[in-house]
Design a protein around this ligand. Structure first.
Ligand code: NAD
Length: 357
């Protein structure tokens, strides 16, 4: 029997359909009377919807320049607007890029941060912030980074394009997969990881053919929330490190990079006896696995018709060896040791798009 530690985040989460209407009362609860609303240029209409619900006297301005990988010059500009407007809180509405900007502003200024996620990336559940300065991305963990409150409204996912629904959903599953074999895993997180994966695995194929299916949309967001808690609670390993390395070095899209690498990182780690228990549990929630997690993941990809590879995402072939060097440069915890040949084969397969195994 294992000895373990479980640390829970103390922030309020409201989950449901049509919950956006609860935003005024949620802001009151955290004593935010005047807020800056954050979004990307693509989601200004959603930010305006938020502003109309809370009123222009509370939602005093919209900052719509949130960008992938949280560049610090964008944060500088947003902080300036927050100061000019004299706000006492921020509301981020969007995917991981917008949530990241909210986190960056709140850790710098101490402003309360209410977060309204619109993808399944899970950043709202983590005390982690990745920022980019002069082309270099660095990541830090600080409990003050976690948003003050989170509002999940399944209605906001009606506009998420089908391909991003699938890719972002797999991004969430990746958090659960690595939580199952994390060195600091615990029974609570294991339950969340398995339930989160089960939920997403059921929902994604339905959403792919019927993207307005309300039950599946609810199930997907519920699963993503649980997977986000996994990401925020235990250490991630090879898969997340590779995504970080490749995403940052080759400027690859976030969710798609997760999708390409997950089966290969899973296969790499499945080959050590240290993960046998985790793999058996994962296989139990993957239909078609026949007790083999890698086979189950490949079956899920086949069912979802996923056909992505690093080459298609724009990474040059010379990048394979460069990626291996970077992946091995800074050692980190992983259930299987980091072996050059094995890592090279993993990245090579991900580059060509061969089936994982
Ligand atoms: P994203 O936030 O970049 O969104 C991708 C695009 O989809 C954007 O144009 C966005 O406006 C649009 N979009 C989002 N939701 C939509 C919706 N419901 N309807 C229509 N369009 C919508 O993508 P992402 O994958 O959510 O986030 C990626 C970023 O988040 C990366 O920078 C990554 O590093 C970061 N991230 C951080 C953590 C963490 O814990 N720190 C966790 C996960 C992701």
């Amino acid at each position: 029997m294992d000895t373990f530690e479980y640390i829970s985040a103390s922030h309020r989460v409201v989950f449901g359909t049509g919950t956006l209407q609860q935003l005024p009362s949620m802001l009151k609860t955290i004593n935010a009377t005047s807020v800056l609303i954050l979004c990307t240029p693509q989601q200004i209409a959603t930010a305006q919807q938020v502003q109309s619900i809370i009123g222009h006297d509370v939602g005093v301005a919209i900052f719509s320049d949130a960008t992938m990988h949280t560049p610090t010059h964008i944060t500088d500009a947003a902080v300036l607007v927050a100061q000019e407007k004299g706000v006492d809180g921020i509301v981020s509405v969007g995917g991981g890029s917008t949530v990241g900007l909210g986190k960056a502003i709140s850790i710098r200024t101490g402003l309360k941060h209410l977060c309204i996620p619109t993808t399944y990336a899970g950043s709202e559940m983590t005390p982690i912030l990745g920022e980019t300065e002069n082309g270099r991305k660095t990541t830090r963990r600080d409990i003050r980074i976690i948003p003050t409150s989170v509002l999940y409204d399944t209605d906001l996912f009606k506009t998420l394009p089908v391909n991003l629904t699938v890719y972002s959903g797999i991004n969430a599953i990746a958090h659960a997969v690595e939580a199952l074999y994390a060195t600091n895993r615990n029974p609570i997180i294991e339950l969340l990881a398995l339930e989160g994966t089960r939920s997403l695995v059921e929902a994604l194929p339905v959403l792919q053919t019927d993207d307005q299916n309300t039950e599946a949309r609810y199930k997907a967001l519920y699963g993503a929330w649980l997977c986000g808690m996994c990401l925020g609670s235990v250490d991630m390993a090879l898969h997340h490190k590779l995504c970080h390395t490749l995403g940052g070095t080759f400027n690859l899209p976030h969710a798609e990079t997760h999708v390409v690498l997950l089966p290969h990182a899973l296969a790499y780690n499945a080959s050590t006896p240290a993960t046998a228990g985790a793999m058996a549990k994962l296989a139990g929630v993957l239909p078609g696995s026949e007790g083999d997690a890698v086979k189950g993941m490949n079956a899920l990809y086949k069912r979802l018709g996923i056909d992505l590879n690093l080459k298609g995402l724009g990474m040059a072939e010379e990048g394979v060896d460069e990626a291996v060097d970077i992946a091995l440069a800074n050692p980190y915890k992983n259930p299987r040791g980091l072996e050059r040949e094995g890592i090279r084969e993993l990245i090579r397969r991900a580059w060509t798009g061969e089936e994982a195994g």
